[in-house]
Write a protein that binds this ligand. Structure first.
Ligand SMILES: Cc1cc2nc3c(=O)[nH]c(=O)nc-3n(C[C@H](O)[C@H](O)[C@H](O)COP(=O)(O)OP(=O)(O)OC[C@H]3O[C@@H](n4cnc5c(N)ncnc54)[C@H](O)[C@@H]3O)c2cc1C
Length: 478
């Protein structure tokens, strides 16, 4: 152990390597605090070559390694299973090139999502994928999770914006995948790495597509008596052939939590749900679209329609949406953010069933979600110091996923499988499917040393609603 740490320190310097117990505490979990494991060490490389050297040393010592960005993941993806070494990419945070003519940027993996658009704005360009965590999360983490965000509806997820990737393979060699033109003969290996949750190697450079900043943006905050009516308005907007940049719903409980928090945005306290609609594009086209959206919402049962008068009001609406998860701390000390997708047309009935599941288990369940994509985030607020509650949280979580799959959906939209959902993979894949995926993974990582234990099931089914079987009982209660 001390020789491993010494060798790691010789690569990244003593300040670039944490190994004392108290230093490792904050690296035991990611945004899903229910899952934790202590890493052997956390290293902060500054370059691709240092990443290669770290991987070589880990291999020589027979210790696995886990790439990590900002640790905002919500599926335990950056957790150090098997006492792995965490390779934290935050010191690799340079924007290496902004090419306005060909509309791409080349960045290191530790660049923070929001910083990229901030830097490209002077060229009239932006990076479209905008997870609500964008003030903290990194491009490396976004690539690994194929992250989405409120503007996924019009612009697509991360995979639609990655042109090329530099990857340090688990044998410490380096491959370049894709090209800045977005065209590459042969298999789409860039597409395979995006969404691979850090199991195929460590991303050390990313070439991303940039988009022109829209000429005009209109943002509406529409209040409804309940979530189901808001969902019907979403269906109506899409059916009318409009493609808004975003269609986001916040329910009553979330409104109350937001308004009691630092993210308070003056949301109507008596609304059962609010829908944020954002339209963007050519200035000449937007007024008609805006009127059309207003009509559809009123016809669906909207109680009130507010249009942002200027950029600061628009930011006020978004502060409420993007701060919603943080505001949940107002409801209970612990939060379990679920993530599943259903066909948009099934949203009303699925939401009804999800709320009934929460009620049956006596849980505080709230919904804030990317309605335009059918991407749900049922959030369970709870206090794990209550010995019985964790079992109900887990059982409700299983039932929610099963309900979404029954409705023709999938078990994750944007947060990944990680440690959290690996026992649920069988709901959407057969044994043969999973074998094929494992064979694919082993082409990159034949010894399973890069982010071990993620994505694929480790126990037999039926374990998932038992917190002990899923390892949640190991988490400290204080
Ligand atoms: C408040 C809040 C709001 C959120 N909102 C959204 C949202 O709207 N949309 C959304 O999609 N997600 C959202 N998330 C989830 C999370 O922010 C995203 O998954 C994000 O992409 C994770 O980035 P990160 O840098 O924190 O990665 P981490 O959490 O550090 O890691 C995530 C995964 O990426 C892998 N990884 C990290 N860096 C690399 C690398 N260089 N090479 C290879 N693999 C790597 C890790 O091994 C891990 O599997 C939210 C999270 C929070 C806490």
């Amino acid at each position: 152990m001390s020789s491993l740490v010494g060798e790691l320190e010789s690569i990244v310097g003593p300040v670039g390597c944490l190994h004392r117990s108290e230093e490792l505490l904050v690296y035991e979990c990611d945004g899903l605090t229910l899952h934790s494991a202590k890493p052997t060490a956390v290293v902060f490389p500054r370059s691709r070559d240092e990443v290669c050297s770290v991987v070589s040393v880990c291999r020589a010592h027979g210790v696995p390694f886990v790439p990590r960005g900002a640790g905002t993941g919500l599926s335990g993806g950056a957790v150090a299973n098997d006492a792995a070494v965490i390779v934290e990419c935050s010191r690799m945070n340079r924007i290496l090139e902004i090419n306005a003519e060909d509309r791409y940027a080349v960045v290191e993996p530790g660049v923070i999502n929001a910083d990229l658009s901030r830097q490209t704005a002077k060229h009239g360009l932006f990076y479209a994928p905008d997870p609500s965590s964008q003030l903290a999360c990194t491009i490396g983490g976004n690539v690994a999770e194929n992250s989405g965000g409120p503007h996924t509806l019009k612009y697509g997820t991360t995979t639609n914006h990655v042109l090329a990737i530099e990857l340090v393979l688990p044998d410490a060699s380096v491959v370049q995948l894709g090209s800045s033109t977005g065209f590459e003969p042969g298999y789409d290996l860039v597409g395979a790495v995006v969404g691979s949750e850090g199991t195929l190697g460590i991303v050390t450079q990313v070439t991303v597509r940039l988009a022109p900043i829209p000429e005009r943006i209109e943002t509406l905050l529409v209040s409804f008596p309940d979530v189901v009516t808001a969902c019907r308005a979403v269906g109506g907007i899409i059916e009318a052939g409009l493609i808004p940049a975003a269609l986001e719903i916040i329910d009553r409980r979330t409104i109350a939590a937001v308004e009691a928090s630092v993210y308070a945005a003056g949301l109507p306290a008596d609304a059962g749900a609010v829908l944020i609609v954002e339209l963007d594009g050519a200035a000449v086209a937007l007024p008609r679209q805006l009127e059309r959206v207003k009509q559809i919402c009123v016809r669906a049962g909207a109680a009130q329609v507010e249009v942002a008068a200027d950029e600061s009001e628009r930011q006020r609406f978004w502060r409420a949406r993007k701060g919603a998860f943080g505001a949940m701390g107002r409801l209970a000390p612990d939060l379990y953010v679920h993530d599943a997708v259903v066909p948009r047309s099934r949203l009303p009935e699925v939401l009804d069933e999800i709320c009934a599941i929460g009620d049956r288990h006596g849980l505080i369940l709230s919904n804030v979600f990317h309605a335009g994509d059918g991407n749900l985030h049922p959030n369970i607020s709870f206090d794990r110091r209550d010995p019985e509650v964790l079992e109900h949280v887990m059982a409700a979580g299983s039932e929610i996923l099963e309900c979404c799959v029954r409705a023709g959906g999938v078990i994750t939209g944007e947060h990944g499988v990680g440690n959290e959902k690996r026992e649920f993979l069988h709901l959407v894949f057969s044994e043969a499917d999973m074998e094929a995926m494992k064979r694919f993974r082993s082409c990159f990582d034949p010894d399973s040393v890069c982010n071990p234990g993620k994505i694929f099931p480790t126990t037999r089914f039926c374990a998932e609603s038992n917190p002990k079987a899923r390892g949640y009982d190991r988490v400290g209660f204080e």
